[in-house]
Design a binder for this molecule. Structure first.
Ligand code: ATP
Ligand code: MG
Length: 464
């Protein structure tokens, strides 16, 4: 099939807006005689005038050939190998064009426990010499390029994963995510109608939506995320497919769902996304107990609190502030947790502390079949909620100092201020006093300055 090609003079994508590292990778591959394209979300975002979060490259070079082009490159993944070209502040992922394997579900290659996702990447920060990484990294199986062998059984799973640009475009989720930017002549290559859908501002599944959602249910919430974040409409069948297949969400990886929900909360369009979750029926399948509580028990003021919380998440994005994961999840779930907490405390046989702890873990358990909230995050949510009352107690300098030194103090204060606003109970004196004290609090713990990889460990890259 002949693609539609948009020449450089007919589109807005400029190299000025492409990361230098990505350009280096594209040019190098191209010099060595390979096709080298930018692909996926970065092309979509550049076409829409946004700055992409990351730049993914696709090529007809095999992973081994990519590796031979770069000293600072390592191969990852077992079933489908990808090359990571490592730069000091960025990792450029280079994939070989993939064949269409439509019958296969898009599973995680490694089911990650988000609890296990703390940086732990000191090796990357200290490894000034990229070659060290190559040596430290054992070569993953299998031995040949296009034969995939199950390590345990030795069974050959498939003998050619690599495909043409066209096949690669068609295995992607939405037409707007399947455009290529060709470094050879700076043109945009479109096999699936993504250009006209971008123009019409439509999210449209590639292929039969029901089938694509069955293969990978996370595509349903990706559709909603792109619609809300990029302010697009969801095409009719793509939308109808969500309504008929949303029950499939139960089969999505729970760890992956935790990350997907976070992407929503950091997207700047959480309020809009929440109403789309409701409208499509996704809310009920993504958050089983939460949706029951929201529909049957939540009071108007609890619903208003939640709406303000969603708006707050969006405001932070506008101001380029990134809330911690625990604060983001607390904002989303606090009204529900607090309601369970109140019930437990009212029952009379638990201390307030135990009631709060039980409420947090009951909620975590209720969601666990859909969203795996790591225990570490659940404990922090408990800290943020339970310790709120300490803001009212400024009787002794020692207590104040002890609170200030708790690692969750900063987030707890944010929640305190938010509550004051949302509940319309301004506490100007208390807030002023604690904000003053904040200057004496230990600096926030630096998150690792790891190169950008969507918050994942490079070595355990999820399969697409
Ligand atoms: P974001 O702005 O969130 O990064 P993105 O479209 O770049 O959006 P990624 O998760 O970075 O999303 O994926 C990169 C590309 O890989 C997508 O644009 C799409 O082409 C393809 N892709 C990602 N997830 C899937 C999926 N579940 N099914 C098919 N293709 C996918
Ligand atoms: Mg991306």
């Amino acid at each position: 099939m002949e693609p539609t090609i948009l020449q450089r003079s007919d589109h807005v994508v400029s190299r000025k807006n492409i990361s230098r590292n990505a350009l280096t990778v594209l040019y190098r591959l191209n010099e060595k005689g390979y096709k080298a394209y930018l692909a996926g979300g970065c092309v979509r975002d550049l076409m829409l005038g946004f700055s992409p979060k990351d730049f993914d490259v696709v090529t007809d070079a095999t992973p081994q050939e990519v590796k031979r082009c770069f000293r600072n490159c390592r191969l990852i993944g077992r079933r489908f190998r990808l090359a990571h070209v490592m730069f000091r502040d960025e990792i450029i992922e280079v994939a070989t064009f993939r064949a269409l394997v439509s019958s296969e579900p898009e599973e995680d290659e490694v089911e990650e426990d988000p609890e296990d996702q703390e940086p732990g990447l000191e090796e990357m920060e200290t490894a000034a010499e990229h070659e060290e990484l190559d040596e430290a990294e054992p070569e993953p199986a299998p031995a040949t390029e296009d034969v995939v062998v199950n390590e345990e059984t030795g069974v050959v799973l498939r003998d050619n994963e690599y495909g043409t640009p066209e096949e690669d475009a068609f295995r992607r989720d939405f037409t707007i995510n399947s455009l290529f930017y060709d470094i050879e002549d700076f043109s945009i290559i479109d096999y699936s109608g993504g250009l006209s859908d971008l123009k019409a501002r439509i999210v449209r599944c590639i292929g039969d939506p029901e089938q694509r959602y069955q293969e990978d249910p996370v595509r349903m919430i990706r559709a909603v995320r792109f619609a809300s974040t990029l302010d697009l409409d969801i095409e009719r069948e793509t939308y109808a497919g969500i309504q008929s297949q949303c029950g499939q969400m139960a089969h999505a990886s729970h760890a992956r769902m935790y990350e997907e929900i976070l992407k929503f909360m950091y997207s700047g369009a959480m309020e809009k996304a929440f109403s789309l979750w409701m409208e499509t029926g996704l809310f009920d399948v993504m958050f089983p107990g939460f949706s029951d509580w929201y529909r049957e028990q939540a009071t108007d003021s609890e619903k208003q609190w939640l709406t303000k919380a969603l708006q707050q998440l969006d405001k932070w994005k506008t101001h380029k502030v990134k809330a911690s994961q625990e604060l983001a999840y607390t904002l989303l779930l606090a009204p529900w947790i607090r309601s369970v907490w109140r019930e437990k405390e009212a029952a009379g046989d638990l201390s307030p502390r135990d009631a709060c702890m039980e409420a947090v873990f009951e909620v975590q358990k209720c969601l666990v079949d859909r969203i795996l909230i790591p225990k570490r995050i659940a404990f922090r949510m408990f800290d943020l909620l339970f310790h709120q009352k300490r803001f009212e107690d400024r009787r002794s300098a020692q207590r104040i100092s002890r609170f200030l030194h708790r690692p969750f103090f900063r987030d707890a204060l944010v929640l305190f201020k938010f509550d004051a606003l949302a509940l319309e109970k301004p506490q100007p004196d208390l807030i002023a006093a604690w904000s003053q004290d904040l200057k004496k609090a230990p600096p926030p713990r630096e998150r690792s300055g790891r190169p950008h990889t969507h918050g994942r460990r490079p070595r355990r890259r999820r399969r697409r």
